[in-house]
Design a binder for this molecule. Structure first.
Ligand code: WTA
Length: 653
């Protein structure tokens, strides 16, 4: 409740400047016209945009087939190719324009023009074909955040192969699970890379994953990035440079049906193992393309820097597919914001003339803590638009972003969306929408959101709080969960049977101006530094340690990360104390790092003899959340099987 109150007292309003609005693709009037059109006929609205903005080899005959709802099929009968949309169609007019500017962790730089990118993508696509990869095959990418990752995505798309990127911070165990679930044929990786000066052993993790399973993998393509010695198992392993050396720089795109899967991306849910979110080609491209124009106001001269790694959905839609399909210049940076010092992000923005900067609240908060003298050292005058994504941005961080980076002039777009939605769903339009610090404002044209109560009934009135739902299908929505359509239907459309509402899993508040304020997840999903983690996944990782009997994981508010992982653990044998406890905590953190990845390591681990359970055996998570926050326990604990445990869980015994 306290969060809701704090944002509801937020009354500051920041209208777009007249200068920005005058030059923007969309001003208030144009936005209103788009919204009106979308209201009138949402399906035809998207169909018209799809016809005008996407290159189709075969035009679609039906904009939306909803006969098997909630399995919607967009642009039926149409054939297209994502890579052709991102590359080929720019060759006639902007072959020599820079598509990608790159800066490595160590400061090395390299640029790719659209012509070069097209050639490199085509060579790798031909290389993949030579290894027997064909339409529909799955290719897992476990790559550093370098242009080669984008080249690999585009090469897969070019031949109709389905890429599935696993973020390089995930462990070999997570990689193995994802490879196996996807049934992938090929892995593309690098020997390794550095981030913040630290070596990331990508190939080593691939070796580990493959030695413990992954029987479907036939080939591993290895990019040489560090040049350090890695286990190389020819002929299974092939060097990227050897594979492309003899390949032609021309490769006809494979025209695929609009609903042919473009990629899978695994994300955490409230139960069980991560799910492979499956995105289509046609619908996804329409969403990524249009939102890049609307939200980022992309212009010919922009240098667009989305700081997200390609391993996340933000990297898919706003590093790769959205900006490139618009023929924009993007910047990719391999490293972390604070290496070698706290000015790195701002130095990069200055050196590369970045005009649009899109990052996560966790980065803003971390940089805010380091002091404004860092950004103030650099010339940020080329910046014209700022963005935020991944988690709620607290008004304090928003104001710092506005004042210190935006010099109180630049619009800020706080964009709400999800891996599942494929593209931004709610956001200010920078030339049209007055912003409020902490609100993602309103749905984009063609997106229909609402707030519903426990029964799925719309919460009426101007001030409404409840579940965030999307009431109509949209082109870039997930097609399904890979290999588990039942789970798709149940997870996203099962909460309110018969109502056909997409349940986002977030709670929200809508204020009197119709602005949305996202309050956070309603399920057991944590958002740690903008990364989605399932509490169940972390609990399973903990329980797989020999000493652990039971574990319950909750989130604790964290100043920089937004949320941190707090684990309550019961042990086999006596509860550890003192040095033994400290040693086991260290061991368990490492263990979770090994099982899932460093991003999932608990910040806090507390041992207890028991977990708080109701008489029916359910763990009372609400209580654990309060304890993790250090709150006074005011809840009724009389339904607990073991009320005496509360003091111990609170660290008081
Ligand atoms: C949260 C990231 C508040 C939300 C694109 C959502 C946000 C989850 C925002 C999806 C925002 C994302 N304001 N919360 N602007 N953007 N979220 O799949 O809880 O990694 O459900 O997609 O992040 O995370 P995902």
């Amino acid at each position: 409740m306290s969060d809701i109150q704090s944002v509801l007292t937020e009354a500051r309003l920041f209208p777009p400047s007249a200068a920005f609005a005058a030059a923007a693709r969309l001003n208030k009037e144009k936005l209103a016209a788009l919204c009106a059109e979308a209201e009138k006929d949402p399906v035809e609205f998207w169909a018209e945009l799809a016809r005008k903005n996407i290159a189709w080899q075969t035009p679609f005959t039906k904009a939306l087939d909803d006969s098997k709802a909630p399995n919607y099929r967009w642009f039926v009968g149409g054939k297209t190719n994502a890579s052709a949309n991102c590359l080929d169609r720019h060759l006639a007019t902007k072959a020599d324009k820079i598509a990608i500017r790159f800066e490595g962790d160590k400061g090395d730089t390299k640029n790719w023009t659209y012509r070069q990118l097209h050639a490199d993508v085509s060579k790798l696509a031909n290389g993949l074909k030579s290894l027997g990869v064909t339409k529909g095959d799955r290719v897992v990418l476990y790559m550093p955040h370098t242009p080669e990752a984008v080249i690999a995505m585009q090469a897969c798309a070019r031949i109709g192969a389905i890429h599935s990127i696993v973020f390089g911070g995930f462990s070999s165990g997570s990689l193995r699970d994802r490879i196996e679930d996807a049934g992938a044929k090929v892995v593309i990786t690098a020997d390794g890379n550095t981030r913040g000066g630290n070596l990331i052993e990508l190939k080593k993790a691939v070796n580990e994953a493959l030695s413990s399973g992954c029987k479907t993998i036939e080939k591993v393509i290895v990019l040489k990035r560090t040049g350090h010695d890695v286990g190389f198992d020819a002929p299974r392993d092939v060097w990227w440079h050897d594979l492309v050396a003899q390949q032609s720089a021309s490769c006809d795109p494979e025209w695929v049906e609009a609903d042919h899967p473009l990629f899978l991306l695994y994300t955490s849910g409230s139960t069980g193992k991560p799910k492979g979110i499956q995105h289509s080609t046609g619908g996804y491209m329409v969403g990524a393309h249009m939102t890049s124009q609307w939200v980022f106001d992309l212009k010919e001269s922009d240098v667009f820097w989305c700081t997200a790694d390609v391993g996340w959905i933000t990297g898919h839609s706003y590093v790769c597919y959205g900006p490139l399909s618009n023929g924009a210049t993007i910047l990719m940076y391999e490293g972390v914001p604070t290496f070698p010092d706290a000015g790195r992000f701002w130095k990069i923005a200055q050196d590369h003339g970045v005009t649009i900067f899109y990052t996560a609240p966790t980065a803003i908060r971390a940089l805010m803590k380091l002091g404004e003298e860092w950004p103030n050292k650099y010339d940020l005058s080329k910046l014209r638009l700022l963005g935020s994504v991944g988690e709620p941005i607290n008004p304090e961080a928003w104001m710092w972003y506005h004042r210190v980076i935006g010099k109180e002039k630049l619009p800020i777009v706080d964009t709400w969306w999800q891996t599942e939605t494929g593209a931004i769903m709610m956001s200010p339009i920078p030339g049209a929408t007055a912003t409020k610090p902490g609100s993602c404002t309103q749905p984009l044209p063609g997106i229909f959101a609402d707030v519903v109560d426990e029964a799925g009934e719309p919460v009426k009135g101007l001030e409404a709080g409840g579940y965030l739902v999307i009431t109509k299908p949209w082109p870039s929505m997930l097609s399904t969960i890979w290999g588990d359509n039942e789970r798709y239907v149940k997870t996203y459309y099962g909460q309110f049977p018969g109502k056909n509402l997409y349940v986002a899993g977030d709670s929200t508040h809508r204020d009197k101006d119709g602005y949305y304020w996202i309050m956070g997840r309603i399920d057991d999903v944590l958002n740690v530094s903008g990364h989605r983690l399932g509490t169940m996944e972390i609990e399973s990782a903990l329980v797989s340690h020999t000493r652990v009997a039971e574990a319950a994981v909750v989130g604790r508010p964290h100043e920089v990360k937004g949320e941190s992982v707090f684990a309550f653990v019961t042990c086999k044998g006596a509860r550890p104390h003192g040095d033994e406890a400290a040693k086991l905590i260290k061991e368990l953190r490492e263990h979770v790092g090994k099982e899932i990845g460093a991003l999932a390591k608990p910040d806090d681990i507390r041992f207890a003899d028991n977990l708080p359970k109701t008489r029916s055996g359910k763990i009372m998570r609400r209580l654990l959340r309060s304890i993790a926050k250090g709150e006074e326990i005011t809840q009724d604990i009389s339904t607990l099987e073991n009320p005496g445990i509360v003091a111990q869980l609170a660290g008081k015994e």
